[in-house]
Design a protein around this ligand. Structure first.
Ligand SMILES: Cc1cc2nc3c(=O)[nH]c(=O)nc-3n(C[C@H](O)[C@H](O)[C@H](O)COP(=O)(O)OP(=O)(O)OC[C@H]3O[C@@H](n4cnc5c(N)ncnc54)[C@H](O)[C@@H]3O)c2cc1C
Length: 475
């Protein structure tokens, strides 16, 4: 006899496990199936984000940043640390223990909320039925009123640089190096390439990032992207734009990375290559052809603005559907879908999704860029404030970068907040909240910010929109 649930979720990454918990909070009987297996065969919930993405990368970014600061910056504070030593095994063990704690926590949350967690593969059959196949065991039929697809994404492989798991690796492999490569090549100067390149550069690798596009961080505000590029250059990160990788060759001397740019063909020899050229939706063996779920040409499950697929009572959320591949976007979709299933009226505000790049300085933004507003013919005004004039940033010895706010020239409503600087990923929260509440720059101008804090830079940028900044010359 098949087990019956109100909701079956396939995938327990940040989109799926959040959907499952919220569905259970509504009193719906819920199961969540996840196929993730660690290299040692162990099973965990949490998906890419917890096990091979957001969390392990941030653990290593934090450790490598501390190492870098101890090496380069402590002396300016009058702190001598003698000869600095790097114990990469301990650094990696710390990262693994954070991942273990957090992914183990999902199992505990499932238990506390009454979610049935199932390890194995899920496949959608017609009529909201799911074939669940445990890693070791016979397939079982699950019946559901609603099914939520949340199977996430996997790294894109380049035919010119096929993964060998040793010298040419994906982002997961790049989080597991057991020694700092002397020379590291990174293909792709997107979020993941920049973050992983930064980790290994701070730990001593000579890093070259090769990017096919001519423009650095095309999705960010151009002024912010320029500032970030300037800072990375100063740090010695070698970023080559307009460079199309043609081939790689593994030799005894290292991996020869061959690329073309407008000057012609080039070769660099490195010890390891990280391929970070994007991720593709994971739908392999997920959908029975008769299940009625349409998939786009690029492999995304087709959904409407409420994440309904083309099959009745089948929903899809997270990286497997359109939109930015971000954990928090997937989680909010998961919450929305569970609420809709429970009969609530709700929506995701896709206009206000923050993006964060955890480099040093961090880069974060929400809303429209100046370039997008110009292209759309929207009359806007903007203000900037440099961290060089922030007392807190100076005290932290991290005064590179700026905050930029763009607002409607007619209504004063904030249309975008863009930051390159210390703790930008935390500071952007104020911009997100302001935009969610449809605040004007005057609202931010009249909001009292603690002194001395980095948030004062956001306050001053809002003032600068109307040429009223106090700690900067208004031009
Ligand atoms: C190195 C790196 C760093 C990142 N850093 C950030 C960051 O700082 N902030 C951020 O917002 N995003 C970050 N991301 C992106 C983020 O990890 C993803 O956007 C997020 O994990 C997507 O969540 P998801 O639930 O849709 O899918 P996933 O997290 O990919 O989870 C999907 C789960 O479904 C399982 N699954 C797949 N198919 C099946 C099946 N048929 N049956 C059962 N289970 C299945 C998979 O095994 C997986 O466990 C990063 C990604 C990487 C690679």
């Amino acid at each position: 006899m098949s087990r019956k649930f109100d909701v079956v979720v396939i995938g327990a990454g940040p989109a799926g496990y959040v959907a499952a918990i919220r569905a259970a909070q509504h009193g719906l009987s819920t199961a969540c199936i996840d196929a993730w297996q660690n290299p040692d065969g162990s099973t965990v919930f949490g998906g890419t984000c917890l096990n091979a993405g957001c969390i392990p990368s941030k653990a290593l970014l934090e450790s490598s940043e501390l190492y870098h600061r101890a090496q380069q910056e402590f002396s300016a504070h009058g702190i001598g640390v003698g000869e600095l030593a790097l114990d990469l095994a301990t650094m990696q063990a710390r990262k693994a223990s954070i991942v273990r704690d957090l992914s183990g926590g999902i199992g505990a949350l499932f238990k506390a909320n009454g979610v049935t967690g199932l390890f194995g593969h899920g496949r959608l059959l017609p009529d909201q039925k799911v074939q669940y196949t445990p890693h070791a065991g016979e397939p079982e039929l699950l019946e559901a009123e609603h099914v939520v697809l949340a199977t996430g994404s996997t790294p894109v492989e380049l035919s010119a640089a096929l993964f060998d798991g040793e010298r040419i690796v994906d982002s997961q492999g790049a989080l597991e190096f057991d020694a700092v490569p002397q020379r590291l090549g990174v293909i792709g100067a997107g979020v993941i390439g920049l973050e992983l390149g930064s980790v290994w550069q701070r730990l001593g690798a000579e890093v070259t990032i090769v990017e096919a596009m001519d423009q650095f961080l095309f999705m960010a505000d151009a002024q912010i992207a320029r500032e970030a590029q300037r800072q990375f250059k100063k740090q010695g990160l070698d970023i080559r734009l307009g460079a199309m990788v043609r081939a790689t060759e593994i030799t005894d001397a290292g991996v020869i990375l061959k690329y073309d740019d407008e000057q012609g063909g080039h070769e660099i020899t490195v010890d390891k290559v990280i391929v970070a050229v994007g991720r593709r939706p994971a739908t392999g063996n997920l959908l029975d052809p008769l299940a009625g779920v349409d998939v786009s040409e690029r492999g995304f499950v087709e959904v409407d603005s409420e994440c309904r697929t083309t099959a009745l009572n089948v929903w899809a959320v997270g990286d497997v559907v359109r939109g930015p591949m971000l954990a928090h976007k997937g989680s909010e979709e998961g919450v929305m879908v569970a609420d809709l299933i429970a009969g609530d009226v709700t929506e995701v505000n896709y206009d206000v999704i923050p993006s964060v790049i955890y480099t040093a300085p961090e880069i974060a933004w929400v809303g429209k860029t100046e370039e997008e507003l110009k292209k759309a013919g929207v009359a806007f005004k903007s203000g900037t404030f440099n961290f060089a004039a922030s007392g807190r940033a100076k005290a932290m010895d991290q005064d590179a970068g700026l905050v930029k706010i763009v607002a409607s020239a007619t209504t004063d409503r904030i249309l975008g907040v863009h930051i390159c600087g210390p703790m930008a990923g935390e500071l952007i929260g104020e911009g997100v909240l302001a935009m969610e509440f449809q605040a004007s720059t005057e609202d931010l101008q009249r909001t009292i910010h603690g002194h001395p804090t980095l948030t004062e830079a956001v306050h001053e940028a809002a003032l600068a929109v109307d040429r009223r900044a106090i700690h900067a010359i208004n031009r």
